[in-house]
Design a binder for this molecule. Structure first.
Ligand SMILES: Nc1ncnc2c1ncn2[C@@H]1O[C@H](COP(=O)(O)OP(=O)(O)OP(=O)(O)O)[C@@H](O)[C@H]1O
Length: 281
C-alpha cells in the first residue's frame, strides 16, 4: 500500500486557464505537486496566482477555459467532477480561505450557526453535537469567549477574529488541502502573524497540505517549505529558500519588500526593462 504521506495531496500537470477562447492565457502550462507540506505561490499582481488557486477549487467563472493533463486531489481527478460533486468536496476535502473574512462569511447568519452548518454538511452532525463541535473549534482557534462569539454576526467581529472563524470553519472537517489566497492581506498588521501561525499550526496538526498564495515572498518563505514563483501565468522558478533565488524577477520581488532584519530607506522597484524574462515566455 502506498504511504499516505508520500502520495501528493494535489498533483497539477500542464494546467492552463484562458478567459475566453483565443484570449492570452492567464495561467500557462503550470505543473507542481503539494504533499502534506506547505507550498507557497508568489508573484506580482496579475501573475496568475489566484487563477491557479481557483482553478484547483473549480471556482472560476464560466468564461474560464481550464485544461490540464492532470489536476488530482488525492489521486482523484477534479476536472472530471460534476459541479454537485465539487460542492460536496469543497469544505470537506479541499478548503479555501480568502482574503477578507467579511466577504466570505454569510452576513445574515450568526457565527455559531455558520460553523454548526459546516459541521452538519461535512461531519453529518446536527443539534447539540454540531453546536459542541462549533464551540470546540472556536476554542481551538483560541477564541477565548466562544459562547459570546457564536451569537455574533460577521459585521460585529474584527477582521482578525473573522479570519480565525474562517479557519475554524474551513478546518473543521480536516481537509486534505487548504488553499489560502492572501489570507492576511486584509488584516491589521498586528494580527497577521498570529493568524498565519494559527493556520500553520492547524494544517500541521491535521496533516493537510497548504497552498499559500501571496504577493509577499518573505512571508511565504517564513511559512513554506517550497516557494513557486509565477510571472505572466508561468512558473519561472521554485525555491526552498530566498537565498536560492536566481531569476532577476524573483530577486526583484524580494528587493521590493521590506526586510525587517535589514531596514532600508528606499525600497527597490521592479524594473521590467532589466528583466530577462525570456525564460518565462
Ligand atoms: N474573471 C476574469 N475574467 C477575465 N480575466 C481574468 C479574470 N480573473 C483573472 N483574470 C486575468 O487573469 C490574469 C491573472 O490574474 P490573477 O488574479 O490570477 O493574478 P494574481 O497573481 O492572483 O493577481 P492579484 O494578486 O492581483 O490577485 C490577469 O491578467 C487577470 O486580468
Amino acid at each position: 500500500m502506498q504511504d499516505r504521506d508520500l502520495q501528493p495531496v494535489l498533483s497539477v500537470k500542464e494546467l492552463s486557464v484562458r478567459f475566453g477562447r483565443g484570449a492570452v492565457p492567464a495561467v500557462s502550462n503550470v505543473s507542481f505537486d503539494v504533499g502534506r507540506e506547505r507550498v507557497g505561490i508568489v508573484g506580482e499582481s496579475g501573475s496568475g496566482k489566484s487563477t491557479t488557486g481557483r482553478a484547483i477549487m473549480r471556482l472560476l467563472p464560466p468564461a474560464a477555459v481550464v485544461t490540464a493533463e492532470r489536476l488530482d486531489l488525492g489521486g482523484d481527478p477534479l476536472l472530471a467532477k460534476s459541479e454537485r460533486q465539487m460542492g460536496a468536496l469543497r469544505g470537506k476535502d479541499i478548503a479555501l480561505i480568502m482574503q477578507d473574512p467579511r466577504y466570505s462569511l454569510n452576513p445574515v447568519l450568526s457565527i455559531g450557526k455558520q460553523i454548526a452548518e459546516a459541521a452538519r454538511l461535512h461531519l453529518g452532525l446536527r443539534g447539540k453535537p454540531a453546536q459542541d463541535a462549533a464551540r470546540a473549534m472556536l476554542e481551538r482557534v483560541r477564541i477565548t469567549d466562544p459562547e459570546r462569539v457564536m451569537a455574533l454576526y460577521p459585521h460585529q467581529i474584527s477582521g482578525g477574529m473573522g479570519q480565525r472563524v474562517m479557519i475554524a470553519m474551513m478546518l473543521l472537517a480536516r481537509p486534505k488541502l487548504v488553499v489560502a489566497d492572501e489570507p492576511t492581506s486584509a488584516l491589521d498588521v498586528s494580527v497577521r502573524k498570529d493568524v498565519l501561525l494559527l493556520l500553520d499550526e492547524l494544517v500541521r496538526e491535521n496533516n493537510s497540505g497548504l497552498l499559500l498564495i501571496s504577493h509577499d515572498i518573505r512571508m511565504v518563505a517564513a511559512f513554506c517549505e517550497r516557494i513557486i514563483v509565477m510571472y505572466a501565468g508561468r512558473i519561472i522558478e521554485t525555491l526552498t529558500s530566498l537565498e536560492e533565488a536566481r531569476h532577476p524577477y524573483t530577486r526583484g520581488l524580494i528587493a521590493a519588500l521590506p526586510d525587517p532584519k535589514n531596514p532600508v530607506r528606499r525600497l527597490a522597484v521592479l524594473d521590467r526593462a532589466k528583466l530577462d524574462l525570456e525564460a518565462a515566455q
